[in-house]
Design a binder for this molecule. Structure first.
Ligand SMILES: Nc1ncnc2c1ncn2[C@@H]1O[C@H](COP(=O)(O)OP(=O)(O)OP(=O)(O)O)[C@@H](O)[C@H]1O
Length: 677
C-alpha cells in the first residue's frame, strides 16, 4: 500500500479547531503542575537576578558598559577555551589523587564562595536547581510528544497530529528559554564565585599589615610561584569548572532517574537493569585505561608558563634588547619555547584522540547497540493487539533511552571534570595556604619593634641575616636621633639595603631590638630607590603615591605642581585642558616607558618633597643625576625637616650627613661607624 494511495487528503482544520487545540495544549500545561512550578521558580529566580543587576548597575551609576566588557572578556575566554578545550590551563600533577583530597579542598573553598544559605550565590544555585529540574521535565515531555506524533500518524488523525505539533511548539519555546537560562545562570554563578574568591585572596595577599605579596614574591614564603597567574587564571578556571560541573552532574542524574521511571512504566525494568550494568562496567573500564591526563596537563602548563615568561621578559627589557641588536636572538628563544609547547600539545591531543575513540565507542555507540534490543525486546514480545499504541510507546521509549544513554555517558565522563576541578582546587588551595603562611610569618618577627621614648631610631644588638641565612650584620648598636643624617656605604651585596628591609619589617630573620619613634610611625618613612616605582595613572598619581585622588582639590594640585617645579619636571605637565590648570592629569599606562632614568629619580624626589616624611631612605636615589643638581635636591629635602639615611657610593654626599655606617662586606657582619663633620 503506497503512501499516495492512502493519503485521502482530509479537509484542513478550521480556525476554530486550531484555537481549540491551542487552548487544550495550554490547559494540559496548566495540569502539568511539576513543570509549571519549576518553570515558575526558575522564572522568578531569573527575574530577581535581572532586577538585582539593574539595581546594582543603577547604584553604581553604571551604564551597563562594565557588564558588556565583562561579557566580552568572558566570551573571548570561552572561545579560546574551545580552541584549546582539553587543555586545562592550570592543573597540577598532584591533583585528582583521590576524591578525599577534592572534598578536603572544597571544604576550604566552598565557605568562601557560598558564605551562607541566604547569600546571592546560594540563591543562584537554588534557581539553577529549579531550572535544571524544569529542563529534565521538558525533555520527558518532548519524548512523550514524539510518541504521540507517531501515534497520530498511524491513526491518520489530523487533530491528534496538530495537537502534538502545537504542544511541541510551546514546549520548544519553553525549552529554548530554559536552556538559555541555564547557560546564563552558570556564567553568572561563575562570575560571582570568582568575585568572592578573588576578593578574599586580594584581602590577604595585598595587605598592608602582613605584606604577603612581598613575602611570596621576594622571600618565597609559602613557595608560591606565579601568584599573578594563579590569581588571574586559576581562580577563574576553578569557578568556571565548579559552576559548570553542578549543572553537568545534576541534570544527567535527574534525566536518568526520570527517564528510567517512565521507561519502566512502558517496558518493565529487566532490560534497564542490563543496560545500567553495562554502563557501570564500562565506567570502571574507562577509568582504568585512561592515561594520567592531569600529569600531562601540569607539564603543559609549565611549558606555557615559560613561553609567557619569555615574552614578558622581552617587553620588560625591550630597550636593552633593541640597543644590543638582540632581536634575532630573542626570536630564537621565543620560537624555541613555542615549539616545545606546541610539540607537547600535539602529544597531548594525540593521546586525547586515542582515548576519545574508546570513550565515544563505549559510552555512545556501543551503548546504543546494547540499548536497542533492551528497548525492542519487550515490544517484540508484546501480546498487545493495539499496534498503534505499541508503536507509540516504542517511539517514546526509544527517545527516552537515547536521552538516558546520553545522560549516563555524561555522568561517566564527570570523573574527568572532577579531575580537572581537583587540579584547579589544588592550585587555589595552594595559593590560599601560601598567602596565609605569608601573614603568619609576621607573627614570628624578630626583632621586636618598640616605640622609642626620646624620638630616635635605635638599632640595639641588631643582627641581620639574608633569607638564605648569610650573616650581613653582627650586633649593630646605633642611635639615630632626629636630624642625624646617616650615610650608609660598603661594597655591593654587603647588606646596606637589607638593614632598611629589617627596619621596614620586610625581613624577619634577625636578632636584636629596634626602636622607632612615634613620629616615624605617624608621618611615615619613605623609601626612594634608584629606580622609583611608577604607578599606572596620572602624573599627579606618581607624586602622591600611594595616595590617590579621584578628583584632587586645587590645593593638592598646587602642592604637587610646586614639588614638580622644585625637581624641574614641570615640562611633563600638560596644561591644555581648562579643567586641569596645573596639567597633572596626563595619563600613561607605564610611566617607565616615557621617563628617562634621571627623570624617574626626580619623580622620586618630588614624591619625597610632597609627603615630607619624618625619615627617608635614599637608596642610590641620585645615581643618575648630575652632582650640582644632586646637592640642590638634598638641600631641599633636609630643609623639609626630613632625617635621611642615604645608601650611596658617591663620597660627595658625605657633606649632607652627620655619620657614616660602613659595611665591611667580608661575610662576618663587620661594620664601622664614623662621625662626619
Ligand atoms: N630576597 C632575597 N633572597 C635571598 N638573598 C637576598 C635577597 N635579597 C637580597 N639578598 C642577598 O642579601 C645580600 C645583601 O643584599 P643588599 O641588597 O642588602 O645588598 P647591598 O649592600 O644593598 O648591595 P648593592 O650596593 O649592590 O645594592 C646580597 O648578597 C643579596 O644577594
Amino acid at each position: 500500500m503506497s503512501l499516495r494511495t492512502t493519503a485521502q487528503m482530509p479537509r484542513l482544520l478550521t480556525r476554530a479547531e486550531w484555537l481549540s487545540i491551542t487552548r487544550e495544549v495550554l490547559a494540559s500545561y496548566a495540569k502539568d503542575k511539576r513543570t509549571l512550578v519549576t518553570l515558575a521558580l526558575s522564572l522568578g529566580g531569573v527575574t530577581a537576578l535581572a532586577l538585582s543587576r539593574a539595581a546594582d548597575s543603577a547604584a553604581r551609576g553604571g551604564d551597563g558598559l562594565t557588564d558588556v566588557i565583562r561579557a566580552e572578556a568572558r566570551a573571548k575566554k570561552e572561545s579560546s577555551k574551545t580552541a584549546n578545550s582539553a587543555v586545562s590551563r592550570r592543573s597540577s600533577a598532584k591533583s585528582a589523587k583521590s576524591d578525599a583530597t577534592l572534598v578536603a579542598r572544597l571544604r576550604i573553598i566552598l565557605p568562601i564562595i557560598v558564605p551562607s544559605a541566604t547569600s546571592t550565590e546560594a540563591c543562584l544555585l537554588y534557581t539553577q536547581t529549579a531550572t535544571l529540574i524544569c529542563r529534565s521535565l521538558l525533555s520527558l515531555r518532548i519524548s512523550e510528544l514524539k510518541g504521540r506524533g507517531l501515534k497520530s500518524v498511524l491513526n491518520r488523525s489530523w487533530k491528534e497530529f496538530s495537537t502534538a505539533m502545537v504542544d511541541f511548539f510551546f514546549t520548544s519555546v519553553a525549552a529554548s528559554f530554559v536552556n538559555s537560562t541555564l547557560k546564563y545562570l552558570a556564567n553568572t554563578i561563575s562570575v560571582r564565585f570568582r568575585e568572592r574568591l578573588t576578593k578574599h585572596t586580594h584581602a590577604r595577599y595585598a595587605n598592608a599589615q602582613n605584606l604577603s605579596f612581598y613575602k611570596a614574591a621576594v622571600l618565597r614564603v609559602g613557595d608560591l610561584d606565579n601568584a599573578d597567574a594563579r590569581i588571574c587564571d586559576d581562580l577563574s578556571l576553578f569557578c568556571d569548572t565548579a559552576s559548570d560541573l553542578f549543572g553537568r552532574t545534576f541534570k544527567p542524574a535527574l534525566d536518568v532517574v526520570l527517564s528510567t521511571h517512565r521507561m519502566g512504566q512502558n517496558m518493565g525494568y529487566t532490560g534497564l537493569a542490563i543496560l545500567y550494568s553495562y554502563f557501570a562496567l564500562s565506567g570502571v573500564v574507562i577509568k582504568a585505561v585512561s592515561p594520567p591526563f592531569s600529569k600531562y596537563i601540569a607539564h603543559l602548563q609549565k611549558l606555557e608558563g615559560t613561553f609567557r615568561r619569555n615574552h614578558s621578559r622581552l617587553i620588560t627589557h625591550a630597550e636593552e634588547v633593541a640597543f644590543l641588536n638582540g632581536a634575532d636572538r630573542e626570536r630564537k628563544i621565543l620560537d624555541d619555547s613555542l615549539l616545545t609547547v606546541t610539540r607537547a600539545q600535539g602529544t597531548y591531543f594525540w593521546m586525547q584522540f586515542k582515548q576519545g575513540i574508546f570513550d565515544q565507542f563505549v559510552t555512545k555507540y556501543f551503548a546504543s547497540q546494547v540499548g536497542w534490543p533492551v528497548v525492542a525486546v519487550p515490544f517484540l514480545m508484546s501480546t498487545s493487539n493495539d499496534a498503534t499504541e505499541v508503536a507509540s510507546k516504542y517511539r517514546e521509549s526509544d527517545s527516552l533511552i537515547t536521552e538516558a544513554s546520553a545522560a549516563v555517558g555524561d555522568l561517566m565522563l564527570v570523573y574527568k571534570k572532577l579531575q580537572r576541578l581537583n587540579g584547579y582546587a589544588s592550585r587555589v588551595v595552594e595559593l590560599l595556604e601560601a598567602v596565609k603562611k605569608g601573614s603568619d610569618a609576621q607573627d614570628t618577627k624578630v626583632p621586636s619593634t618598640e616605640i622609642s621614648e626620646d624620638g630616635a631610631i635605635e638599632f640595639r644588638d641588631l643582627t641581620v641575616y639574608s633569607p638564605d641565612r648569610r650573616l650581613l650584620l653582627d650586633h649593630l648598636n646605633l642611635r639615630i636621633p632626629k636630624g642625624r643624617h646617616l650615610l650608609v656605604t660598603g661594597p655591593n651585596g654587603a647588606g646596606k639595603t637589607s638593614l632598611f628591609r629589617v627596619l621596614r619589617g620586610l625581613w624577619a630573620q634577625t636578632d636584636g631590638q629596634l626602636f622607632v619613634p612615634k613620629e616615624a610611625s605617624e608621618r611615615g618613612m619613605l623609601y626612594v630607590p634608584q629606580r622609583p616605582y611608577l604607578v599606572t595613572g596620572t602624573l599627579r598619581d606618581q607624586v602622591t603615591y600611594p595616595q590617590h585622588y579621584r578628583k584632587a582639590s586645587r590645593e593638592v594640585d598646587a602642592r604637587v605642581h610646586a614639588c614638580l617645579e622644585k625637581v624641574r619636571l614641570t615640562k611633563l605637565c600638560d596644561a591644555s585642558a581648562t579643567e586641569d590648570p596645573f596639567g597633572l592629569s596626563s595619563y600613561h599606562h607605564d610611566w617607565n616607558d616615557v621617563l628617562s632614568g634621571g627623570e624617574k629619580q626626580r619623580v622620586g624626589f618630588a614624591r619625597l618633597l610632597y609627603h615630607s616624611p619624618a625619615y627617608a631612605v635614599l637608596d642610590e636615589a641620585t645615581a643618575a643625576i648630575n652632582p650640582d643638581e644632586e646637592s640642590k635636591l638634598y638641600e631641599m629635602v633636609l630643609e623639609n625637616d626630613t632625617t635621611v639615611f642615604s645608601i650611596a657610593h658617591r663620597l660627595e654626599l658625605r657633606k649632607f650627613h652627620k655619620a657614616e655606617l660602613h659595611f665591611v662586606g667580608d661575610g662576618s657582619g663587620s661594620f664601622e661607624i664614623r662621625e662626619l663633620r
